[in-house]
Design a binder for this molecule. Structure first.
Ligand SMILES: [Zn+2]
Ligand SMILES: [Zn+2]
Length: 349
């Protein structure tokens, strides 16, 4: 089969030939239909110890099942997804006993601990699988398995009341989905970006307000709108975080969903005065992705995507910072690919 892989730690992605993998006990083999390209795929190239195929936003059909798969639930030919949570949770550790599979020390990440979706075929354990409902578009569903679940799950676990004022900071791969999810979850949404060039897009995606966070009076503007209960921070940086804390209302929180290299500092007085907090959020497991996809389907939430063939995966990942907003590798026939045009997929709110 054809695959795109890092041949060693720190190397560049290369198109290579690999044997079609055999599913072991408790695993299935997928024929990959599409795979989203994510920033984290670059990190995989640095973290791996040996050759690895990245890709953790995979949609594929079950082609072969290893011993022990629940055949009541999974059938040959069924379309499924695999996200960053790559399964193998142990069921016994403290995190598993608290039902937090994503924090299990034994859980694996697809495309990091085993070969992922930048390939014609891959294998994965059963607990990583997300059943994709009939009729969902394989290209537009792929990014929901990482970017989508991160924002949806990050928000729904804050237990913010419907109708509350929330912020989505950063309008990129995560943020453009975050605006859509938050609006459909029943919140009043402030889109927060830098400069004014994303204002129109943010409003088209469903934001109620737009604030240019590079303007001097951005905090006052936000405070004038109301008391912000939660800001999902999709473009974090050490310099952005203190300003976001200032934007929060009483009992407000900043939820950081993406990693950044530097440490940040925050004023303890500002956190105490208003009982505010800054917290991190780690994506979600296969059950959370199932819920994300169900919610997205019910509410017509879709990422804006651009499609690449496998052969162009390396080029797409190198240029990911220019993406508006998710790049997806697709094995669909050429005739299907032309239908994915950026800007056609924006929700009509
Ligand atoms: Zn990702
Ligand atoms: Zn565990």
């Amino acid at each position: 089969m054809k695959a795109v892989a890092y041949k060693s730690k720190g190397s560049k992605l290369e198109l290579i030939e690999l044997p079609i993998p055999e599913p072991k006990k408790g695993e299935v083999r997928l024929k990959v239909i599409s795979c989203g390209i994510c920033h984290t795929d670059m990190l995989c190239g640095v973290l791996i110890q040996s050759q690895r195929v990245p890709g953790h936003e995979v949609i594929g059909s079950i082609e072969k099942m290893g011993e022990g798969i629940d055949t009541e639930r999974f059938k040959i030919g069924m379309v499924v997804g695999v996200g960053w949570f790559g399964g193998n949770h142990c069921t016994k550790c403290r995190s598993c006993l608290e039902d937090q599979w994503i924090h299990c020390k034994h859980q694996t990440n697809c495309g990091l601990h085993y070969d992922g979706g930048y390939a014609e075929y891959m294998t994965c354990p059963e607990d990583a699988l997300v059943v994709i409902p009939d009729g969902m578009d394989p290209v537009e569903t792929a990014p929901l398995l990482c970017a989508g679940v991160t924002v949806f799950n990050g928000f729904r676990n804050q237990y913010i009341k419907a109708g509350a004022l929330v912020g989505v900071q950063g309008i990129g791969g995560l943020g453009h989905l975050g605006i859509q999810f938050c609006r459909k979850m029943g919140y009043e949404v402030i889109a927060m970006s830098y400069g004014n060039h994303k204002r129109e897009l943010a409003m088209q995606l469903g934001a109620n307000h737009y604030v240019d966070m590079s303007s001097k009076d951005c905090v006052e503007k936000i405070q004038k709108i109301g008391s912000v209960k939660c800001i999902i921070c999709t473009a974090p940086s050490a310099s952005a975080l203190p300003g976001l804390i200032d934007c929060l209302g009483v009992n407000g929180k900043v939820v950081v969903t993406a990693a950044f290299p530097e440490d940040f500092s925050a004023s303890s007085i500002k956190l105490i005065d208003g009982s505010k907090c800054v917290m991190g959020w780690a994506s979600g497991d296969s059950r959370d992705s199932t819920d994300t996809i169900h919610f997205a389907r019910l509410n017509d939430i879709k990422p804006m995507v651009k499609v690449f063939p496998l052969e162009k995966a390396a080029e797409a990942l190198e240029n990911i910072d220019k993406a508006r907003f998710r790049y997806v590798i697709s094995f669909l026939p050429e005739s299907r690919l032309n239908s994915y045009k950026i800007n056609e997929r924006i929700n009509k709110n």
